[in-house]
Design a protein around this ligand. Structure first.
Ligand SMILES: C[S@@+](CC[C@H](N)C(=O)[O-])C[C@H]1O[C@@H](n2cnc3c(N)ncnc32)[C@H](O)[C@@H]1O
Length: 311
């Protein structure tokens, strides 16, 4: 894929670690009067922890839908992160522009592909700002911006950017979880839930004493209402799942929280974070026992809802 076919640039971009550097925007913007966003450069490996090279079943199932919708065209995976959609789509031979503001996430994406023997020859990796992608008008057949709109203060602008780059007849593909069989989850997760909610709330109570609060931007953005206004029509497809899975605190929540891997922790200074975590780990070992991190959540996989908005 040739960069000049897809991008409008008044400079020749550099390529670092196979990643076209299409923007000079910072990794994170959390103050000032302009648009704000939380890039994951500092989160990197903590995002998926020791599952970062695994291609999840949900990613494979969604990739199949994306590949069918894209055909011989080009799929834009905007804010692609560590490649949970790009990598399984690449395995199906789909042509992809994979853009993210974080080079470290784009590096993990490449490692994930390598670990799974998947070629990225049809993938153009770009350090790109979702608020201003540098892509030409109407050069994209399908696009996704999964799990990112809530991290940006102006999600409407990102949807507008997707609309601009999509060809007429192109698809904006949105992926959501739907409880399905998990609605009637019959497992007792009360202890796990209690620990997670107590850890979260006691962490922020400690930090609130110093005036530090969780950073959230557009968690209440009504994507569907906005997309119906912008795109004329849409279709929804449900993929049913329902296998039982188990994840312990030590394999999921704790390492991610301890590495400051949740986006709302972005403004917590590292020294205060570490001090608070040390206090909480001690306190929780006292209350729930030394091995409290072995406690696991048992769940039933959610169904996947794929909403396709048509330009
Ligand atoms: C929660 S992750 C989602 C990654 C992936 N789409 C997924 O579904 O797993 C959010 C991603 O959005 C990226 N991001 C945040 N703000 C961005 C922006 N303004 N432009 C491009 N990427 C951005 C972050 O760097 C991060 O990789």
């Amino acid at each position: 894929m040739n960069i000049s076919t897809y991008c409008n640039l008044d400079f020749t971009p550099k390529k670092i670690d196979n990643i076209w550097q299409l923007t000079n925007s910072p990794d994170i913007v959390t103050d000032g009067s302009g648009d704000k966003y939380i890039g994951y450069e500092h989160i990197g490996e903590s995002y998926s922890g020791n599952r970062r090279y695994i291609i999840e079943e949900s990613g494979r199932l969604t990739a199949k839908e994306i590949a069918e919708l894209t055909g011989n065209g080009v799929f834009l995976d905007l804010a692609c992160g560590d490649g949970c959609l790009t990598v399984p789509c690449a395995a199906l031979g789909t042509k992809i522009i994979a853009g993210d503001i974080s080079n470290s996430m784009l590096k993990i994406l490449q490692e994930k592909a390598k670990n799974n023997d998947i070629s990225l020859e049809n993938v153009m990796l770009c350090r790109m700002n979702a608020l201003d992608t540098s892509l030409k008008n109407e050069c994209i057949d399908t696009a996704a911006a999964n799990s990112v709109l809530h991290l940006i203060s102006n999600p409407e602008k990102v949807v507008g950017e997707i609309y601009r780059v999509l060809k007429t007849g192109g698809s904006f593909i949105c992926v959501d979880d739907a409880p399905g069989k998990n609605n009637e989850n019959q497992f007792d997760n009360s202890l796990y839930n209690e620990i997670v909610s107590r850890f979260y709330s006691e962490y922020w109570t400690e930090l609130n004493k110093f005036g530090i609060t969780p950073q959230k931007y557009s968690w209440k953005f009504d994507r569907h209402a906005y997309c119906i206004k912008i795109f004329g029509s849409f279709e929804i497809k449900k993929i049913t799942r329902g296998n039982v899975y188990k994840v312990s605190l030590k394999d999921g929540f704790i390492p991610r929280f301890v590495s400051r891997g949740f986006s709302d922790q972005v403004n917590v200074p590292q020294d205060m974070h570490q001090k608070t975590i040390d206090i909480l780990l001690d306190r929780f070992a006292g209350i729930y026992g030394e091995n409290f991190a072995d406690i696991a959540y048992t769940g039933i996989e959610d169904d996947i809802l794929i909403t396709v908005y048509k330009k």
